[in-house]
Ligand binder design. Sequence first.
Ligand code: UD1
Length: 424
Amino acid sequence: MDSFLIQGPGQLNGSIAASGAKNAALPALAACLLTDEDVELERLPQVRDVITMGRVLEHLGAEVTRSTDATPTRVRCHALAADREAPYELVKTMRASVLVLGPLVARLGYARVSLPGGCAIGARPIDLHLAGLEAMGAEVELDHGYVTVRARGGGAKPLAGCRYRFAMPSVGATENLMMAATLAQGTTVLDNCAQEPEISDLATLLRAMGAQISGAGSATITIEGVDRLTRARHALLCDRIEAGTYLIGGVMTNGSVTVTGLDAVHLTPLLEKLSDCGANISVADHSITASGGSELKARDMITAPHPGFPTDLQAQFLALMTRAEGTSTIVESVFENRFQHVPELRRMGAEISIDGNAARVTGCASLTGATVMATDLRASACLVLAGLCAQGDTTVDRIYHLDRGYERMESKLQTLGVPVQRIE
Ligand code: UD1
């Protein structure tokens, strides 16, 4: 298993381009299952989860064209066989595999997918995905760790449009049902939807394929089912979480980082919070620069579904608060168990206490390098940022988590002037 060796302290300075968003790429790949024509996706990030999703699609009978580095670029799903299933070996590594459920049932009337099981950042059930598909006329059966979804309706349009209200906003469930509804009979209205930019991006792809969708990006999405979807080409939006991670790194190391390619509006909650902490933020056309101010002030933060502060930047912001003047309280309201980076940060000298879903960070503790272990994707990024600020060597073990979602992190950090080594 690879690790990163970081010789701290370092300072991030310079400019990098944001990669395509992993969280837009995974639903976009699943959407390819909705048509038997070619779908070409541009700006797919070269990350492990995208490669895994390519394998899931192949397993289901899709033809996946790959670039030299194995990243899928074009997908054709003309020969899907209704009896194929998304197996445990693939699904266990990536919860987003459940996104194939909606497209498969919409097109074939049947899907069988391994349950994703527990996850390091909380229980993360898929009950909302399943209840939504049931509302569209599907039957759900759980057996031997698999979920089987069968549409009761036969014929060309196995699912029926419906009005469905999510009990809570879920990114994946909104995407799954929006995809399922594109080929359903009649109109579907989804209420209390998640509003993340990646959902709007998926709607843009689906519309390019011929779907009729309005309201994506708001709490209510309306989808008119169509008879078929066709070929399309789509460039994914850039990764706001990746961009946010490097911007926080710029502030945290008292350097200056510019990330290009991103629409700043997608990062508003982070940029406002960084300004409030005393960082200098400047936004130009498709580029954002963040640099350390004279004194970084501690600020409280609470994560929330979009347009709130993204849970995927909580760990990185918490690392930043270890450098700030004062005490901050960070509340994680989206996932119930997302502070696994805290014990590792404490081992580096950070002063943090946890009470339920709140972490209290006392800033300005001096961090020292240590061997730490990454437990999930964003926790790993937080440990890398902490390593950049620590005195001495930090080894971040198990960076396969990072490889799931950050494209060439070590080379981007090198571009920003910090020699991080990957140790195999
Ligand atoms: C997506 C993102 C992930 C991000 C998360 C929240 C992708 C591939 N992943 O994950 O990076 O951290 O959004 O912004 O886009 N829930 C249920 N039942 C369900 C579904 C969800 O109770 O059926 C709960 C979850 O346990 C969690 C909350 O809803 O507490 C939000 O989860 P959700 O928005 O579904 O996250 P994902 O789509 O899995």
